[in-house]
Ligand binder design. Structure first.
Ligand code: GLU
Length: 434
C-alpha cells in the first residue's frame, strides 16, 4: 500500500450516454482506490454548457449505482466557477496566461480568449501503464484555457480540480495522453504537484475500430434493460485489458480487487465483444439459486406462469431479454397445441407412421397408470421401451405430440410441466389422428 491516501476519480462529461469504455475507466479507478483503501470521487465535467445535459448526468449516476460502483464524494464543475476564475486570475497575474485578441474566423467566434503562455519546453512523465512519455510542447502553441473569465475549458479545470480534490492517481482513457503535457504545464505554472497518470487503452469494437453507437457502444443502462446482471458486466469489464494471468475468468468482485494490478493492464486496445459478455452473464445465471433468479429477473418473467417452468427458463437463457421470446419458441408448448401435420410425428428414420401410432399407444398405457409424474419418473418409466425400439422412434413422436413443434425441450420435461392429464390428452389426440 502507498504511503499517502490514494484518491482516484471518474470525471465524465455529461454530453452523451456513456458506454462500457467509459465505465471500464471508472471501474479501474474504483478498483484501484479500493485496493489501496483510498477514496473514489465522481466529478461531472460539465464546463461545455452547450453540450452538457442533466439527463446524461442522471444516467451516469444511475449507471454507477446499478453497477455497484460507489463514490465517496460527488462534484459538478458548474458549481465551482469561482474557484476556476480565481485560479485563472492567478495565472494571468503571474504572466502564465494572457487575454488574447483573436480574429474571428466564423460567425460566433470569440474576439477575445484566454491563452496559456507556453514556455515551449520538453515535458516527460512516467505513465503507470505505458512507461515514460515525452513531449515537446512547442507544437502546442499558446493553447486556450478559457473562453472568458467565467468560461474555463477542460484543460484548466481538470488540473485545478484534480489538485483541489487531492487526486493522487489519474486513471483515464488513452485519448487523453496528448492532453497531459498541457496539464503538466498548467500544474507547473500554478506551482502544484503532478499526480501519477495511468492511461488505459481504448475499448474497441470487434473489428478493432473505435467503439461508436453503430458499433455496439450502448449506454450501460441498455445492458440492464436487456437483462444482463451487473456483476457479470463488472467481471467482464475488468477483464477488458486485464486478466489475472490464470485460466480463471469468472471472479467475484473481492477476488478481482485482490488480484487486479494497474501495472498489468495491457497497452493494446481491448475488444468489447457482446458474445463474451453473454457468456459471462450465463455463468452468473447458472450459479444463481432459483429464488435469486426470480428476484433478479422479475421484470422479465411473465406473470402467473407455472413455477415448474422456472428452472427450464433459467437453463435456456443467457440474459433476461431472452425469456419472452422463449414463450413463442421452445416454451410455446405451454400454450394450447397448434394445428400440426400428423406426418411430422414420424421420426425421420421410421418407415411407417403406423409404427409411430403403436409406440404412442404404448406410451399412453405406461403413463396412465403412473402416480408420481415428474420428468425423472416419466423418463424411468419409458426409457427401457425407448432403448428397445430406438430412441428417436419413441422420443421424437412423443415430443412432437406434446408440443406440436419440432423445437422444444425434451419430452420428459414437457410431460412434467404439462402434468399427467394434459400429457395423456395430447398423446391421445395424436393417436386418434394418425
Ligand atoms: N471529462 C473528460 C472526458 O470525459 C475526462 C477527463 C479526465 O479523465 O481527465 O473525457
Amino acid at each position: 500500500m502507498l504511503n499517502t491516501k490514494v484518491v482516484t476519480r471518474f470525471a465524465p462529461s455529461p454530453t452523451g450516454l456513456l458506454h462500457a469504455g467509459n465505465y471500464r475507466t471508472a471501474l479501474f479507478s474504483y478498483i484501484f482506490s479500493l485496493q489501496n483503501k483510498g477514496k473514489f470521487i465522481l466529478r461531472i465535467e460539465d464546463t461545455d454548457k452547450a453540450r452538457s445535459k442533466k439527463e446524461y448526468e442522471d444516467n451516469i449516476v444511475e449507471s454507477l449505482k446499478w453497477l455497484g460502483i460507489k463514490y465517496d464524494e460527488f462534484y459538478r464543475q458548474s458549481d465551482r466557477s469561482d474557484l476556476y476564475a480565481s485560479n485563472l486570475k492567478k495565472l494571468i497575474d503571474s504572466g502564465h496566461a494572457y487575454v488574447s485578441k483573436e480574429i474571428p474566423k466564423e460567425v460566433g467566434d470569440r474576439e477575445e480568449v484566454i491563452r496559456f503562455k507556453n514556455p515551449n519546453k520538453k515535458i516527460s512523465f512516467v505513465d503507470l501503464i505505458r512507461g515514460k512519455i515525452e513531449f515537446d510542447t512547442t507544437d502546442l502553441g499558446d493553447f486556450i484555457i478559457a473562453r472568458s473569465m467565467n468560461e474555463p475549458v477542460f484543460h484548466l479545470v481538470v488540473v485545478i480540480d484534480d489538485f483541489e480534490m487531492g487526486i493522487t492517481h489519474i486513471i483515464r482513457g488513452e485519448d487523453h495522453i496528448s492532453n497531459t503535457p498541457r496539464h503538466i504545464l498548467i500544474q507547473e505554472a500554478l506551482g502544484i504537484p503532478t499526480p501519477l497518470y495511468a492511461h488505459i487503452p481504448l475499448l474497441l469494437a470487434p473489428d478493432r475500430s473505435k467503439m461508436s453507437k453503430r458499433k455496439g457502444a450502448l449506454p450501460i443502462t441498455d445492458y440492464r434493460d436487456r437483462g444482463y446482471l451487473p456483476n457479470a458486466l463488472i467481471n467482464y469489464m475488468s477483464f477488458l485489458g486485464w486478466n489475472p494471468g490464470t485460466e480463471q475468468e469468472v471472479m467475484s468482485f473481492d477476488e478481482i480487487i485482490n488480484q487486479f494490478s494497474l501495472e498489468k493492464v495491457q497497452k493494446a486496445g481491448a475488444i468489447f465483444n457482446e458474445e463474451k459478455l453473454s457468456w459471462f452473464n450465463k455463468q452468473y445465471i447458472d450459479k444463481m439459486s432459483i429464488d435469486d433468479f426470480v428476484i433478479a429477473a422479475k421484470n422479465f418473467i411473465p406473470e402467473n406462469i407455472s413455477p415448474k417452468l422456472l428452472p427450464l427458463i433459467k437453463e435456456k437463457i443467457s440474459k433476461f431479454s431472452e425469456i419472452k421470446p422463449l414463450f413463442e419458441t421452445e416454451l410455446s408448448f405451454i400454450n394450447p397445441l397448434p394445428v400440426y401435420s400428423f406426418e411430422l410425428l414420424k421420426w425421420k428414420q421410421e418407415k411407417d407412421l403406423v409404427n409411430t401410432k403403436v409406440y404412442l399407444g404404448h406410451i399412453v398405457e405406461v403413463l396412465e397408470v403412473m402416480t408420481e409424474f415428474t420428468k425423472e419418473s416419466v423418463k424411468q418409466a419409458l426409457w427401457p421401451y425407448a432403448e428397445e425400439k430406438g430412441k428417436g422412434n419413441i422420443l421424437w413422436p412423443m415430443r412432437f405430440a406434446l408440443s406440436g413443434k419440432d423445437k422444444s425441450p425434451d419430452p420428459f420435461v414437457i410431460a412434467e410441466i404439462l402434468g399427467k392429464e394434459e400429457t395423456v390428452k395430447r398423446l391421445k389426440y395424436a393417436i386418434q389422428n394418425i
